[in-house]
Design a protein. Structure first.
Length: 211
């Protein structure tokens, strides 16, 4: 299974305008078997996502939780998780739903690397397309040195970025099979980081737009 485990949609209201129909279309065009829908602090898009998740294409329910220590991906969760929790509290909430907790881009510029030192995660993003090469390398080294599973995802906020980074798993096409494969460390990552100037320019544009 070739999956992008970090994708945003129009339900990440202030950051993204991509609709699910187009996300699925471009994901298929790029050869993905599915993706995880991980909008910021909301699972509002999951009901709509069920319409597009079908045999041959998988949409994993998820969320990107804003914690006091950084961003945490919850894969395989369908219920809201409050933002503003401590990282370990968010991980506990994810586990209560039977999900997998992933440290998202912990070494990115402006993030707190302490997130991965103080909290026990099921996996860590070692390839995030919007993080720089150095940030990803630091995450990869941390995962290797601490025996933590590594995963990859695009962190796509634009349609064109879907599938830029991804995870390959040797498993079946059911959600629980994907989660078990991650827990078992049966993962490899592929893709690339987006050029840093492009990423910084997009962040600036989004900041100005919010203002």
């Amino acid at each position: 299974m070739k999956l992008d485990l970090h994708v945003h949609s129009r339900y990440s209201v202030k950051d993204c305008s991509s609709n699910l129909k187009d996300l699925v279309k471009i994901a298929k065009m790029k050869g993905l078997d599915g993706f995880a829908l991980t909008d910021h602090d909301t699972v509002a898009g999951l009901r709509e996502a069920k319409r597009f998740s079908s045999k041959g294409f998988l949409i994993i329910p998820g969320v990107e939780v804003s914690t006091t220590g950084g961003h945490v991906l919850g894969l395989g969760v369908s219920d809201e998780i409050p933002k503003g929790l401590k990282p370990e509290e968010a991980v506990e909430k994810i586990h209560e739903q039977g999900g997998v907790a992933v440290a998202a881009h912990p070494f990115s510029l402006g993030r707190r690397a302490s997130l991965v030192y103080r909290t026990k995660f099921d996996a860590i993003e070692i390839l995030n397309a919007r993080a720089g090469w150095l940030s990803n390398k630091l995450a990869e080294n941390f995962a290797k040195n601490h025996g933590i599973v590594g995963v990859g995802g695009s962190d796509a906020h634009l349609l064109t970025d879907v599938g830029t980074a991804y995870t390959v798993l040797n498993c079946g096409s059911k959600i629980e099979e994907v989660l078990e494969s991650i827990r078992g460390g049966e993962t490899s990552v592929g893709g690339r980081s987006l050029p840093l100037p492009l990423t910084l320019w997009r962040i600036l544009q989004r900041t100005l737009h919010k203002g």
